[in-house]
Each structure stands twice: as C-alpha cells, then as structure tokens.
Design a protein around this ligand. Structure first.
Ligand code: BT5
Length: 272
C-alpha cells in the first residue's frame, strides 16, 4: 500500500473519505495511534485517518505489543470532542461494528466480535482495537481509535490462535481494499451513534454479532479473574456477567470463551 495506491486510482477510498475525513499515509511509523495523538495535540481538527503499511511500535492494550508487519492494516481515526467524555469509550463499539461490517463487505462470514475489542474467526484473533484519549491544551478531548487487522499475516507466538483474512477468504486481501470499506462503515456507524444518542442501536447491532453472549466465559485482568455467563452489555457497554445468580458489572479485562460456543453463523442460528 503506497500513497499512490491510496490517493490515486482510488476513487473508492476518496468516496469512503467523504464527510470531511482526511487521510495521511505512512510506509513505516512507530504507532498510528501515537501519530494521531500528536496531530491532535498540534491542533488537528479531527476526522483524520492515519494509515501505515507497518508499525515498529504497534501497541495493544496495557502496553502489549501489536505485531504490525507489511501486508496488514494499521489505521487510527482521530476524532475531536466526539461526545461527552463519559461516552467516548462507546466509540470502541462503533468501530468494532464498522470493522465487522467492512469484513463482511469483503465476503467474509463467521466472524464475531469479542468483548471488548477483538474480531475473531473460529476462536482466532484477526483484529484488535485500541481506543485512547487525550485532553487537549485548549480544553477539548481527543479520541484516537486504533484498528489493526491481519489482512495477510497472522503472527505466531501470541498466547492464543491468530488468523489472517487472506487465509480465511482464500485470496489475497490488500489493506487498502479493507480500509476503503472500513472508512465508509465507520463514518456510517458514527452517524448512527450520534455522539452517544444512538448508542442503544449500536449496542444492539454489536451484540448481534458478538461471540459468547449467553455462554460461559472467563474474565482475566482488569478488575480480577472470574467465570460466569456473558449475559449482556449494560447501557454503557460494560459486560454483565451472571455469577452465582447475581449480575456483576465488568469494566475491563480479557475474555476467554469457554467450551461449546458456536463458531459459525449457521451454528449460531441453530443454537438460537
Ligand atoms: C489489541 O490489544 O488487540 C489492540 C490492538 C490495536 C492495534 C492497532 S494497529 C493501529 C493502532 N496503532 C497502534 O499502535 N495500535 C493500534 P490487546 O487486546 O491488548 O491484544 C494484544 C495482544 O494480541 C498481544 O499481547 C499479543 O498476544 C496479541 N497480538 C499481537 N499482535 C497481534 C496480531 N497482529 N494479531 C493477533 N494477535 C496479536
């Protein structure tokens, strides 16, 4: 993916960037999230995508490493004052839903969203989202939504299975091919979200394609390890875990899906 690829020939990307969105492309960068944050601190008005072919310091949550080789998509969307700060974390669901739809637009099936920030296929992680915020000198709030997708390369050595879109789809998937769909789907989902007013709609759509709802899960990290049934999301997107007959609210953590989860759309329908 080069500037040429993205900027010229590129009517699909240009169309995807309607609505005042701009795009900056880098061959190599430390982290697209860091670049977006710096742009915000330097006064960028937002609605800016930073896209890089590879990252040398790609990050996951809690400072974990995100392996970011050429052939995969590394993108960050910068939004300034997208919503009242208390609702900014909802953007992770807006982006997750947009990513799921973008992948479906490529013809991919049997993908699910895993709370809070993964896209999985048959239990393997294909993409991760990293939402970060920064308070601006002028008093505003910057929200950076980072999205990393294994288009071509599924890294080895993660503590769980990983997969790449190209192997799932059985054909090459260029990052730009996914990006143009993602940018369009993200703009569309943001319009439904309406700075938080439409979160109920986003949450319902997210839950429809979520992994593990109604099934046993284990939560680790965040506010402590525990097992229970993934009951629902609350009105703020926090996970509701049924445990010993009570509903507990989980603010943050990693979810592991326990046995017997449907791993395809068909199996899911059959399971009701
Ligand atoms: C995430 O964190 O899943 C968020 C990843 C966000 C990456 C994007 S790329 C664009 C933007 N710029 C950045 O610097 N970051 C964002 P988390 O849930 O903490 O998962 C991280 C864990 O996933 C690591 O500890 C590894 O075990 C595993 N991992 C690393 N690279 C991976 C990859 N490419 N595919 C699947 N798993 C990976």
């Amino acid at each position: 993916m080069t500037d040429e690829n993205i900027r010229q020939g590129v009517s699909p990307v240009e169309r995807a960037l309607e609505g005042g969105w701009r795009l900056e492309h880098f061959a190599t960068i430390g982290s697209t999230n860091d670049e977006a944050r710096q742009r915000a601190l330097a006064g960028d008005p937002g609605r800016l995508w930073i896209v890089a072919d590879e990252q040398t310091k790609g990050r996951g949550r809690l400072g974990r490493i995100w392996t970011s080789p050429p052939g995969n998509l590394h993108a960050s969307a910068l939004l300034i004052d997208p919503a009242p700060i208390a609702q900014a974390s909802e953007i992770g669901f807006v982006a997750g839903l947009a990513l799921h739809r973008a992948v479906a637009d490529l013809g991919a099936r049997n993908f699910f969203l895993k709370w809070p920030n993964d896209l999985i296929w048959r239990g393997a992680k294909v993409a991760g989202l990293l939402a970060e915020g920064a308070t601006l000198p002028g008093g505003g709030f910057a929200c950076v939504m980072g999205i990393g997708v294994n288009c071509s390369v599924a890294p080895e050595g993660a503590p769980y299975p990983t997969a790449a879109l190209s192997s799932v789809l059985g054909r090459p998937v260029a990052p730009v091919e996914l990006f143009e769909r993602l940018a369009r789907r993200f703009a569309e989902a943001l319009a439904v979200w309406r700075a938080g007013e439409g979160f109920a709609e986003i949450r319902a759509a997210w839950l429809e394609v979520a992994a593990g709802v109604g099934a046993p899960i284990r939560i680790s990290g965040g506010d402590g390890g525990r097992e229970g049934i993934f009951e629902a999301l609350d009105s703020r997107g926090r996970l509701l875990l049924r445990r010993a007959g009570r509903l507990e609210i989980v603010e943050a953590g990693d979810v592991k899906l326990l046995d017997g989860q449907p791993d395809s759309d068909a199996a899911r329908k059959a399971a009701g």
